[in-house]
Every structure is written in structure tokens, then in C-alpha cells.
Design a protein around this ligand. Sequence first.
Ligand SMILES: Nc1nc(=O)c2c([nH]1)NC[C@@H]1CN(c3ccc(C(=O)N[C@@H](CCC(=O)O)C(=O)O)cc3)CN21
Ligand SMILES: CC(C)C(=O)C(=O)O
Ligand SMILES: [Mg+2]
Length: 262
Amino acid sequence: MASVSTTHLVKMKAEGTKIVAVTAYDFPFARLADEAGVDVILVGDSLGMVVQGQKNTLPVTMEEMLYHTKMVSRGVTRSLVVGDMPFLSYQADVCEAVRNAGLFLKEAGAAAVKLEGGAGVSETIRAMVDAGIPVQAHIGLTPQSVHAMGGYRIQRDENRLVDDAHKVAEAGAFSIVLEGIPAPIARRITEEVGIPTIGIGAGVHCDGQILVMHDLLGLNLGYMPKFTRMFADLKGESLKGFRAYGDAVREGSFPGPDHSYQ
Ligand SMILES: Nc1nc(=O)c2c([nH]1)NC[C@@H]1CN(c3ccc(C(=O)N[C@@H](CCC(=O)O)C(=O)O)cc3)CN21
Ligand SMILES: CC(C)C(=O)C(=O)O
Ligand SMILES: [Mg+2]
């Protein structure tokens, strides 16, 4: 299978082929997602919550994002790798934003970056695109604005959401993540904009879907948003494995002769 490009995703929208996206944060899981035929692997700043155990995504740094993106890139042969720009790496000024975005491509092997925001970041998106950096936008429930939103709230201002979608598309984004918005609004945006929409908590009419890996594999030990679904139980499997290993050590059945040197 040929590797996935940003233009390939636009073609998938035109053909009505659903785009499958997932987050991953390290080499083994990136390799498995790639092997399973996932189209887009996002190295999400959600790693702050599901990998680092922090209470939100705000503390995640550029250095950490580049480290995880490098690990993911090494595991991928086909999927499009997108680096998620962390809080404060693109908000303060456009020049710094372009420089930080470029590092994902220059140092970490990503093919594109994602950033949160609509009309307010359209100038930043334009500058990145002008620099040759493909940008995925992210509107609706934007977790880096958790304090401004007063929590992780579903976003329902249709006029604002539709305007944000058009503004980021006009600025040159190759795709938009729609997070935590009513399905009818996501459907309208998907029909109105020329670029593919990737939904999470945005209904079935988006051009594709994304989920946080730890949620879909059953590795999320904290709060599960209503919009996620567990497709496997790696928490249960992991507990089984750790307990079986512990039992074997305690009863002396591991290591056996096959795992020992005479
Ligand atoms: N494990 C995980 N999964 C995610 O999808 C995810 C993260 N972490 N971390 C970053 C953000 C935060 N996300 C969240 C977290 C909580 C809700 C939540 O509590 N939503 C309420 C909706 C409340 C309303 O109706 O406004 C819900 O009931 O689902 C939503 C998205 C999505 N992202
Ligand atoms: C859930 C996706 C869209 C994300 O931004 C992340 O994982 O950080
Ligand atoms: Mg994110």
C-alpha cells in the first residue's frame, strides 16, 4: 500500500471513503496501527493525560511532543503522521509558531502538524502553509482551552463553528478535526467545506473518525468521555499478564529449565 499523503485524504473525501485516524505515542503501537491500516496517526498532546498522568493537556512541552513523534515515526511505513502542537507553542506569535511547526517535520519525521482554534489561528495556519508545512485544524471542543471553556463542554454555537471551519479551510488547512460538536452541525460543515473533516464526538457524517488510542484499546484508567468506545480490553489483558507472571514467580514455575542456562 502506498503511503498516505495529505492530498490522498482530500481524494478520499471526494470518493466518500471514510478516513480512519487514531492517536499513538510510541514505536510499538504506531507500528501496530500502521500495520492495521489506519490512515492517519496523530501524536496527540492527549499524551499528557493518558501517558503522563496529568489532569489536562496544558503542561505538555514541544520537547516532549518531538520525543514522542520521533518514536511514532520510526514505527510507521504507510500512515500519515501528524504532530499535535502543544499549548503555548503557536499561540504567542506567528514566527515562533512556524518555527515550532517546522521542527515536527525537520526533526521528528511528521508529515503535518495539528493546532487548535478557528478564525483566531487562521493567520498562523496561512503562515505555516506558506512555509510548506501541511496543517490540520481542530475546532469545537479544544482541550487546550479547558479553562476558557469552563470544562470539557460540547460546543453548540453553530454560526461560530461554521465560520471557524470556513476560515481555517480558506487559510489552507488540509483537514479539520471536529471535536465535541452536535452531529447536525458537523454534517453541515462536512458538506460545506472542501477539505476532509475528522470527527471525535461529532457524529457519523464526518469524512473520518479519530479516537484516543488508550480509550479504544481499553487502556484508559481515568475518565472515559461519552463519545469514545472500547474496541479491545488491554487493561484486562495486561492485568491477566502481570498476575500470571506474579503467580508463576511466587510458585517457582518461572523461570523453568527452558529459560535457564546450565
Ligand atoms: N482519554 C482521553 N480521551 C479523549 O478523548 C481526550 C483526552 N483523553 N484528553 C484530551 C481531550 C479531553 N477530552 C474530553 C474530556 C472530557 C469530555 C467530557 O467530559 N465530555 C462530556 C460532555 C459534557 C457536555 O455535554 O458539554 C461528556 O459527557 O462526554 C470530553 C472530552 C477529549 N480528549
Ligand atoms: C483527540 C485528538 C483530536 C487530539 O487532539 C489529541 O489526542 O490530543
Ligand atoms: Mg490534542
